[in-house]
Design a protein around this ligand. Structure first.
Ligand SMILES: C[S@@+](CC[C@H](N)C(=O)[O-])C[C@H]1O[C@@H](n2cnc3c(N)ncnc32)[C@H](O)[C@@H]1O
Length: 284
């Protein structure tokens, strides 16, 4: 990994010297597994001069970065705070003004709880060319990985993605987002699970509503825990759930394929000899 420090003056001089037009691409890195990157994302990484990346970006994804590119970690690591958002934006602006092809690599999709919108408008307002390359957001990948169709016909007619962790520490209004035919997927909800359960209970959601906790989806050590609204907090404790993890609430959360951890890689999957069946997990 090249952790090169470069001053703004140097950047401007480089820009004047090479006369190139720089840009910033907000690129979705997907949920973790590198083979879930889009082809467009891989091309952007291969042609980047500088890549600014977050904590949720797996090393296997960084392996696609142009070996000559600068890789700049701007996320949060244990014991250290993340680089302030404005500082990241200013650094990317200066890098692009210097004529560089800058990639801002974000976990999942840049526009789903990823602050991509802030970066897009800040950079655009300063005249920087900004492109957006979508990524597979964690909810979609986690559900697919475990064979949990978020809008399975006859089980759910809608799905809502919500954050369980807002800037001011409160949780958003969840009233009406879970019902017998609605699926709720909560990002960043593990640390606020107690408050989430209280709010859903208060809104009349049944204690026996199925909940799935999906941890580190698509990574080799991913886990799926089936529980209920009543048992969610105790199960998070019992299984020592770590971040990143999602909570899926609603009837589809009781579905999953039984053998996800034992399946061979996709390209070697043989034709199924018998129709597969979902396991419906009994909620106790
Ligand atoms: C700041 S949000 C970023 C979401 C990202 N932009 C996306 O589209 O997936 C981070 C949260 O996404 C969820 N998340 C991201 N990657 C995940 C994964 N591989 N497995 C489970 N949850 C994940 C977790 O809830 C985590 O706390």
């Amino acid at each position: 990994m090249n952790a090169i420090q470069i001053s703004n003056t140097d950047l401007v001089q480089i820009s004047e010297a090479n006369g190139r037009v720089g840009s910033v691409s907000l690129v979705g890195a997907g949920p973790g597994a590198a083979d879930l990157l889009t082809i467009r994302a891989v091309k952007a990484l291969e042609h980047a001069d500088a890549v600014y990346y977050d904590s949720l970006v797996d090393d296997s994804v960084l392996a696609f970065v142009n070996p000559k590119a600068r890789q700049i970690f701007v996320g949060k690591r244990k014991g250290f705070s993340a680089m302030p958002q404005q500082v990241i934006q200013d650094k990317m602006r200066d890098d692009a003004l210097a004529g560089n092809q800058v990639v801002r690599l974000k976990g999942g999709d840049p526009f789903i709880f990823g602050r991509g919108g802030e970066e897009l408008s800040d950079l655009r307002s300063q005249g920087i060319l900004v492109k957006v390359i979508p990524g597979i957001t964690a909810a979609i990948a986690a559900a697919a990985e475990h064979g949990m169709p978020l809008t399975h016909r006859d089980v759910a007619t809608s799905v809502t993605f919500v954050t369980g962790h807002t800037l001011d520490g409160t949780i958003p209004e969840l009233d009406g987002l879970v019902s017998s035919k609605r699926t709720l997927v909560i990002y960043m909800g593990v640390s606020n699970a107690g408050k989430i359960v209280d709010q859903l209970r208060g809104g009349g959601v049944s204690e026996s509503t199925p909940v799935a906790v999906i941890e580190r989806a698509t990574l080799p050590d991913q886990r799926l825990i089936h529980t209920t609204l009543a048992a969610l907090v105790a199960d998070i404790d019992l299984h020592d759930v770590v971040t990143p993890a999602l909570l899926v609430v609603g009837n589809v959360a009781a579905l999953s394929l039984p053998d996800v951890d034992t399946l061979p890689p996709v390209h070697t999957i043989p034709e199924p000899s018998a129709p597969f069946a979902w396991v419906h997990h009994a909620m106790g």
